[in-house]
Design a binder for this molecule. Structure first.
Ligand code: SF4
Length: 264
């Protein structure tokens, strides 16, 4: 990491398996880079990061999440989340396993002390069928649902109209869904935990023609063309204090939601 920083890289993203199993690596990244985003399943808590932001991977309400991520993980993560020094951002990977739970999950999770919630769509490997990943038509419908949630609940829903355009099958999706055109792999260097390079965040076999990567969506949403609303979202990720600085909209109709949706 020190070599990478010396070569000019300023930010790190730590993810999968589970970065908190290697706390020294998390601490080192936090010290070496100007900004670190670390994805976790939340079961080991949220150790303090001085220049970083924890992203909590949850994939639905308790029953749905635990069917995907293992029994008891939701309760444990939520319990830890309530004691986190700095509220995490929640990230949901949408697939056929949780497609019908997005609304319920968002309502539930916005009642907890989080900075916001972001979404990816499951990106399958080339040889994988659409058994779990959404087909593009189904994904278009889910994209519209995310936009409805944003207009109902406000900026804590980290999904803008410009991002939606990047994912729609009749939008800009065809402009970047090939390896040679992927803006993220041009700018981001991806490594396995043993330090060897891999082609992209999803590994060497990812199917670009069905990519649902949030990083591509947010990057292109912000800059192709320039879109201030999405730039604000990126700034909120890199500088956590800025995240979701807008007012929360709507009545969440959730018993625990009152007073917990204030900005940080
Ligand atoms: S699968 Fe990987 S390389 Fe392909 S478009 Fe998505 S992020 Fe880029």
């Amino acid at each position: 990491m020190q070599t990478l920083r010396a070569s000019g890289l300023r930010a790190a993203i730590l993810y999968g398996g589970e970065p908190t199993l290697r706390p020294r690596v998390c601490r080192a990244a936090d010290e070496i880079f100007d900004a670190t985003l670390a994805f976790t399943n939340g079961t080991n808590g949220f150790p303090e990061l001085h220049n970083g932001q924890w992203i909590l991977s949850l994939d639905g309400p308790e029953d749905v999440n635990d069917a995907i991520r293992g029994s008891g993980t939701y309760k444990q993560a939520v319990q830890n989340l309530r004691h986190a020094g700095c509220p995490p951002i929640v990230h949901m990977t949408i697939s056929r396993l949780n497609r019908n739970s997005i609304d319920d999950f968002v309502r539930e999770i916005l009642g907890l002390p989080i900075k916001g919630i972001g979404f990816s769509f499951l990106t399958p490997d080339v040889e994988e069928s659409d058994e779990v990943a959404l087909g593009l038509e189904e994904r278009d419908k889910a994209v519209e649902e995310l936009l409805r949630l944003r207009s109902r609940y406000g900026e804590k829903i980290g999904f803008t109209a410009a991002m939606a355009r990047q994912l729609r099958s009749n939008g800009a999706f065809g402009q970047w869904n090939q390896y040679a055109k992927c803006p993220v792999t041009k700018r981001v260097r991806c490594y396995r935990s043993d330090g060897t390079r891999k082609a992209c965040t999803y590994g060497n076999g990812a199917d670009c023609s069905r990519c649902g990567c949030a990083a591509v969506t947010v990057f292109r949403g912000a800059f192709k063309p320039f879109n201030l609303e999405t730039v604000r979202l990126i700034l909120g990720l890199v500088f956590p204090g800025l995240m979701a600085s807008g007012k929360q909209k709507g009545d969440l109709s959730h018993p625990k939601s009152k007073g917990t949706l204030e900005t940080d």
